[in-house]
Design a binder for this molecule. Sequence first.
Ligand SMILES: [Zn+2]
Length: 138
Amino acid sequence: MDYKFIFEGKEYILGEENLEYFANDENKPLEGIDYKKVLEILNKSDEVDFQKAYYENCCSKCRWGKEEKKKVFDFLEFYFYVYGKNNKYITSSIDGEYDKKSFTRLNREGIVDKSYLLTIIVCRKCGTYSIEIEEFEV
Ligand SMILES: [Zn+2]
């Protein structure tokens, strides 16, 4: 299922076709999560809030701003945390499943044992997006 949102009057649709890449943690990839799962998490949550972000590299697809020789390029970004146990995805920080308990709490209760930062970056011009998951030491 696609995820749709509107930012400053422009609609963005995150789906299969405009996904540039899904990068899981290099050392300890979290299992049981892919872009489809991420879109599902976004659809189920009411806490998704994309913000403006600027990167030094332009969008690899449309290269918006490259001709104008901009120094930074416009993107939208949203990040949240995903939690796993034994390297398998369990829940996230924007998920209501465990009553929004903190990682520390869930960890203490033995429900999860590892925390990852998940970042979604969307090109403001063409809507191409990428997802990155990195282990996050609490
Ligand atoms: Zn683009």
